[in-house]
Design a protein around this ligand. Structure first.
Ligand SMILES: O=C([C@H](O)CO)[C@H](O)[C@H](O)COP(=O)(O)O
Length: 206
């Protein structure tokens, strides 16, 4: 089980500081959507340079112009980028094609997806990695909980999970054996990101 650190609502220096503190506990560095909007692909390139041995995910949340935006992400050094499940199948297909060109991977974000038919469409497109995700705003009404896994019953995707995951709910999440656990605020806004990441890492099974 991998740990992905999401860098959201942080300045450039804060991003590097948090990664520096947590690098031994994390597998994937996620450069969050808002951080990319602030600093563009430069921060992805710099992260790639400073952390050559970590997997880098740029959370582009692509919803159109998939080929172009996926290329922006991969040519800047990302190993993985994200596309929204509600995007056109053509957009998702274009992202998958660019990922193949760069030997990268596409994570399809299932934010607000409730229909099993969407999951079937993604399987037909040969998507291999999806993210069960409770968005930041939606977290006002409740964070990630295990019932979300029901949407993926019977499917064979690689699964990541995100949305308000912390020490308080991680044991329940881990019981469902996701491949990647994504944690943002519970690490980046902790008094000690180093300690928070270490404690969360210890709760993940191999
Ligand atoms: O993808 C995310 C969200 O949509 C904001 O861009 C976050 O990276 C993801 O939710 C993880 O962050 P936390 O919920 O703070 O753990």
């Amino acid at each position: 089980m991998k740990l992905q650190l999401a860098l959201d609502r942080l300045t450039w220096d804060e991003c590097f500081n948090v990664v520096d503190q947590t690098k031994e506990s994390i597998d994937i560095i996620e450069i969050g959507t808002g951080v990319i909007k602030e600093y563009g692909m430069s921060i992805v390139r710099e992260m790639r340079q400073q952390y050559p041995n970590h997997t880098i995910l740029s959370d582009m949340k692509i919803c159109d112009a998939g080929g172009h935006e996926a290329k922006q992400a991969f040519s800047s050094g990302s190993d993985i980028t994200t596309v929204m499940a509600f995007a056109s199948s053509l957009t998702i297909q274009d992202c998958l094609e660019v990922a193949e060109e760069y030997d990268g991977q596409i994570m399809v974000d299932l934010l607000e997806v409730k229909e099993k038919s969407t999951i079937d469409q993604l399987a037909n497109l040969n998507v291999d990695l999806v993210s069960l995700h409770i968005g930041k705003d939606q977290q006002k009404e409740g964070v990630f909980n295990s019932s979300l896994f029901e949407l993926l019953e019977g499917s064979s995707f690689e699964v990541s999970v995100a949305g308000g995951i912390s020490l308080a709910n991680i044991d329940d999440v881990v019981l469902n054996k996701p491949d990647i656990v994504i944690v943002g605020s519970a690490i980046s806004k902790a008094d000690s990101p180093r300690l928070a990441a270490k404690m969360i890492r210890e709760r993940l099974t191999s």
